[in-house]
Design a protein around this ligand. Sequence first.
Ligand SMILES: Cc1ncc(COP(=O)(O)O)c(C=O)c1O
Length: 360
Amino acid sequence: MARIWNFSAGPATLPVSALERAQKEMLDWAGTGMSIMETSHRSKEYDQVHNEAADSFRQLLKLDDDFTVLFLQGGASQQFAVLPMNFLPAGGSADYVNTGVWSKKALAEAKVLGNAREAGTAGPDFTSVVRKDGLDLDPNAAYVHFTSNNTIKGTQYYEIPDCGSTPLVCDMSSDFLWQPFDANRFHMIYAGAQKNIGPAGVTVVLLRKSWLEKANQDIPTIFKYGIHAENNSLYNTPPTFAIYIVRNVLDWVKAEGGLEAMERRNREKGDLLYSAIEAHGDFYRCPVEKGSRSFMNVVFRLPTEELEAKFVAEAKAAGLSGLKGHRSVGGCRASIYNAMEKAGVQALVDFMEGFAKTNG
Ligand SMILES: Cc1ncc(COP(=O)(O)O)c(C=O)c1O
C-alpha cells in the first residue's frame, strides 16, 4: 500500500480504517449485494447508517435533546447564505466576528439578505483571533457568528468567547471535533466535512430545534432548516456515500478514545511541529501569534519564495504532499487534522531539519 503523508487543507487525509471499511464493503454492503452508493436513501439499511452518524455526533458532543443533527449539501459556503435566510429577521441585525477570509465571506452573504455588522476584526493581517476585549457586540443581535479556525492564516480559537445570551453560531469547518468542547453553548454549529470528519459533499449542521420557532418562513423550502429537521435530513436525497464515510470516521474517533484522545493527539502533533519551527527560527518563521496558533493548519514561511517553492517540491518527492500555502497568501501550510498520524508530523519535522541544514 503506497500511502503518502497528505498535509492537504481539504479534502484532507482520512483515517485508514475508515477507508478500509469502505473498501471491504464496497461491492456488497450490509449483505444487500450492492454498494451503499447504489442503495435507496429510503431503505432500512441506509437509515441505520444515517442515524448512526447522527447519534455519534450526539454522543461525542453530549448534545442536549434540543439539538437536531442535519446533513446538508452545498458546503459550508452555502451555510453562509442559509443561516441568515433563516435567522436574520427583517429589521433585525446579526453580528459577525471577522477573523479572516471565511468569516468575511459569511458576513458578505448575510449583508446580501439584511443587516449584518462586523463585531470585531483581527485584520489587517489576521495573525490572531479576536478576543473578548476586541469584540463590539450588539446585545440585540439575532445571533453572533464566529469562525473557530482560520484554515488559510492558521489561527484558531481554543475556546469561543462568552457572548452573553445572544445565540452563538460557529463555522467549525476546519477544526470540528479536534477537542472536547461544550457544544450546548451554541445555537448552531456547522462544518463542511472534508477536513476533519469525512469527504467533501456533506455539511453537518447541529441546530437548536427551539430556535426554529424564530426562523423566517418566506424562503424557498429547500433552504428551510425546519424542513430538513422535520424530515431527518431526508427531505430530498442526501449525500449518502459521504454520510456513510462520516459514520466510519466517527466510529474511528470513538475507537481511538473519543474527543479527549483527539485533543491529546492533536496537541502532541502541533507542539512537535511548532517546536521544530521555533528551533530553526533563523530559517522557518510562523507569522501567527502564539496564543492563536492553529493545531489544525500550521502555516510557516521560509527566507524566500524560491526556497518555499523548492521546499514544497522536494517535500512532495519525499512523500510529504500538500504543503503549499493557500494561493491567496503563499508560504507553506501543513494541515494536521485529526486523521494525520504523529508519525506523519515526525516525518515532516525530520524533512524540515534536513532542508534547513542543506539550504540555510
Ligand atoms: C473555515 C472554513 N469555512 C468555510 C469553508 C468553505 O467550505 P466549502 O468549500 O465546503 O464551502 C472553508 C473551506 O476551506 C473553511 O476552511
